[in-house]
Design a protein around this ligand. Structure first.
Ligand code: GRF
Length: 224
């Protein structure tokens, strides 16, 4: 039994993916602990969701910083203070620069409401409808220096129906996101992901390196 993976979740809005992660942890389907939820918006409903589950929250308003780098430095410092090992972007609506990405190499993941590499960026559901695709979906991927671009961990597909609107398609995709994100975090927590170039290999067994690095919870307070 390895120690729960310490997560930092970054949000800007509703936080329904955050809720799915909280629920998976509480149901003991995911060996993780949310150390902190950080929002760049004070009115993000996800902050309320976190507080309802006694998860620490921090508000870092990007508008209060003179540069993107200063804002990201504040994010990094907060995540490090909370001893976060995996940064989980869950509807965080700020583009992160290579400066931030370098602070957590292969330790930042994102969920995007499209089957990447199709429809990166904002309004992915609208882009899918306008393009006329028959299948849409969601992607969880490692974050690299380019937006919605890093190696893909998991994807889920949904049908697109002729009478779909952005809202109906969005809701169908979101239902899959709520299943997919906890699943992908679990793979990471179990040390089963290995990035090889653009590909992510999902191992059947935990990789020794990650599993042994994390101290079992029962031993974590022991002193030598
Ligand atoms: C989701 O559609 C996610 O894919 C995208 O932002 C949305 C966040 O929704 N990155 P929520 O805040 O988790 O409800």
């Amino acid at each position: 039994m390895i120690a729960p993976l310490p997560l930092g979740v970054l949000i800007s809005g509703s936080g329904s993916n955050l809720q799915a992660i909280i629920d998976a942890i509480e149901r003991r389907e995911l060996a993780a602990r949310i150390q902190v939820v950080i929002s760049n918006r004070a009115d993000a409903y996800g902050l309320t969701r976190a507080q309802q589950h006694s998860v620490p929250t921090v508000m870092i308003n990007h508008k209060e910083f003179s540069s993107r780098e200063d804002f990201e430095l504040a994010l990094i410092q907060s995540l490090q203070t909370h001893q976060v090992e995996l940064v989980v972007l869950a509807g965080f609506m700020r583009v992160l620069t290579p400066f931030f990405v370098r602070a957590f190499p292969q330790r930042i993941i994102n969920i995007h409401p499209a089957l990447l590499p199709a429809f990166p960026g904002t309004h992915a559901q609208r882009q899918a409808l306008q393009y006329g695709v028959r299948v849409a979906g969601a992607t969880v991927h490692f974050v690299d220096a380019e937006t919605d671009h890093g190696p893909i961990i998991a994807q889920a597909a949904v049908p697109v129906y002729p009478d779909d609107t952005e809202e109906t398609l969005g809701a169908r995709i979101l239902a899959q996101e709520h299943r997919l994100y906890p699943h992908a975090i679990r793979l990471f927590a179990e040390g089963r992901l290995e990035v090889r170039g653009r590909s992510v290999v999902v191992h059947q067994e935990p990789r020794v390196a990650l599993a042994t690095l994390r101290v079992p919870e029962s031993n974590s307070s022991k002193k030598d």
